[in-house]
Design a protein around this ligand. Structure first.
Ligand SMILES: C[S@@+](CC[C@H](N)C(=O)[O-])C[C@H]1O[C@@H](n2cnc3c(N)ncnc32)[C@H](O)[C@@H]1O
Length: 191
């Protein structure tokens, strides 16, 4: 799919959505790991619920997404909540983040494996990557049907192996599948 078609599809989905989405679980469950100050990036931010959470936590937040509709909704949300977020339309595959730039990078439900080296390099020393997305081993039909866009078993651990692991969760289909953290993998790594 070319970039224009992809953008149109995402614009439509973001226009139809009722709210700004949900704060990523990997962030919501680990707010205590955030520094008191610093620069944060929400990459492929969508309508920006997580970017707003990072701003409410006191960080200076940049948020990038391909969809101008998503960025517009995030900008309006930031104004309404009175928190500063620099929200920009950006193709993060064509224009990945620069090196040594962020203390926090959040990626939620966006999987572009070729970006992994650039994401790790974009962290400042001591910076944290918060990552979550769909896994192939799942208990529901949520998320993309194309397995290319889902993580293999333990794949986040392989993609971000150079980072120091601080948090990881991937429960597969073990035990009582009505409970727990299912369908996704979550990782926090420190550069
Ligand atoms: C499933 S949504 C996730 C949004 C948000 N991170 C969240 O968790 O709610 C995937 C997002 O990736 C964005 N996206 C897709 N390809 C992109 C690209 N090349 N550059 C920037 N954003 C992209 C889409 O516009 C969409 O907002």
């Amino acid at each position: 799919m070319d970039a224009d078609t992809l953008k149109q599809r995402w614009d439509q989905r973001h226009a139809e959505a009722v709210d700004l989405g949900q704060v990523a679980g990997v962030l919501a469950e680990n707010l205590h790991l955030l520094p008191a100050t610093g620069e944060a990036l929400d990459l492929a931010c969508g309508r920006g619920a997580s970017a707003l959470q990072l701003a409410r936590a006191g960080l200076r937040v940049t948020a990038w997404d391909l969809s101008s509709v998503a960025i517009g909704r995030l900008s309006r949300g930031a104004q309404e909540q009175g928190v500063p977020v620099v929200a920009e339309v950006r193709d993060v595959i064509a224009n990945p983040p620069p090196a040594d730039r962020f203390d926090i990078i959040l990626v939620s439900y966006f999987l572009e494996r070729s970006l992994a080296p650039a994401l790790m390099a974009a962290l400042r020393p001591g910076g944290l990557l918060f990552y979550q997305t769909f896994s192939r081993i799942a208990v529901s039909n949520d998320g993309p049907s194309n397995p290319t866009y889902r993580l293999g078993d333990n794949e986040l651990l392989q993609l971000f192996r150079p980072l120091n692991l601080r948090f990881y969760r991937e429960e597969g289909r073990l035990g009582d599948t009505a409970r727990g953290c299912r369908d996704i993998a979550m990782l926090i790594g420190e550069r």
